[in-house]
Design a protein around this ligand. Structure first.
Ligand SMILES: C[S@@+](CC[C@H](N)C(=O)[O-])C[C@H]1O[C@@H](n2cnc3c(N)ncnc32)[C@H](O)[C@@H]1O
Length: 256
């Protein structure tokens, strides 16, 4: 707990809403859960790394790779990317110190704190219009883009804020969530190079008898692109979340 408070107080952030609206708290909580659930999560991290290596392997050019949602870097094959690309751009709203230290080892790796929806400032000012993201679209050096366990997370904090502060209806909340997901998908599809989307597709909860107790469409009913492969990520093992429940997310890869 002291470690988490210290992280909260000392992590530098580029935007005040990262601290005020809960993104920093989420990043710290996720890092703590990753330590507690190392045995279950490592398998998922290795699948992500291998998927990114496979996506990079047969490219004709390897100038720049853009990893969106790099966060903890635990699912990024950083050493491989730094050796095979001229430039590695790691994008997220929050980078904790462990990620900063890891990236600092490489001269061609850059951490970029950036809101990939390009809408958060306005949303937190109470304007729920969702913009079309455009950053890096005109950068011809970008040969590979990876959206990494991020797309289904994009609506969570902004939609919650709009419900609490602006009292939007459930229907409006769903619509804004869908717009954020669609806008990210459109953004990815506008890159001319290879794009690899790694994202959870559904989340299923089980009781101790291995009976399904709940199922969630993590895509807010937006149609997801076709899958190349998928695996299970035991996100919440028994003893970690609600009593006698575990949660498994199916994570899938799409090449856009
Ligand atoms: C499930 S985590 C995945 C992060 C990383 N791939 C990992 O597994 O540690 C989702 C990430 O999305 C980031 N994120 C959420 N909304 C974002 C936004 N609008 N712009 C950029 N990053 C965002 C969060 O900070 C978080 O690091």
């Amino acid at each position: 707990m002291i470690r988490e408070i210290w992280q909260y107080l000392t992590t530098p952030v580029a935007f005040s809403y990262v601290r005020n609206k809960g993104f920093l708290k989420e990043a710290i909580a996720m890092a703590a859960r990753a330590r507690r659930c190392r045995r279950q999560w490592d398998k998922h991290y290795r699948y992500c790394e291998q998927t990114i290596v496979n996506a990079a392997k047969d490219l004709d050019h390897r100038h720049t790779v853009l990893i969106i949602g790099a966060g903890s870097l635990r699912d990024v094959p950083l050493d491989y990317l730094a050796r095979h690309f001229e430039q590695v751009l790691l994008v997220d709203l929050v980078f904790l110190k462990a990620a900063r230290r890891q990236a600092a080892v490489y001269t061609n790796v850059q951490l970029i704190e950036h809101d990939v929806t390009e809408s958060l400032e306005d949303i937190f000012d109470g304007d729920p219009s969702i913009h079309k993201p455009s950053r890096w679209l005109d950068d011809e050096q970008v040969d590979l883009v990876v959206s990494l366990n991020l797309i289904t997370q994009l609506p969570l904090i902004p939609v919650r804020q709009l419900i609490v502060n602006n009292r939007i209806s459930e229907h409006q909340a769903d619509e804004i969530g869908r717009k954020l997901i669609r806008a990210h998908l459109d953004y990815l599809q506008r890159f001319p190079g290879r794009v690899c989307l790694i994202a959870d597709r559904e989340s299923v909860e089980y009781n101790v008898y291995d009976e399904e107790t709940d199922r969630l469409d993590t895509w807010w009913e937006v149609e997801a692109p076709s899958e190349e492969e998928s695996w299970d990520w035991e996100l919440i093992p028994f003893g970690e979340g609600r009593a006698n429940r575990r949660q498994i997310n199916r994570v899938a890869v799409s090449i856009l």
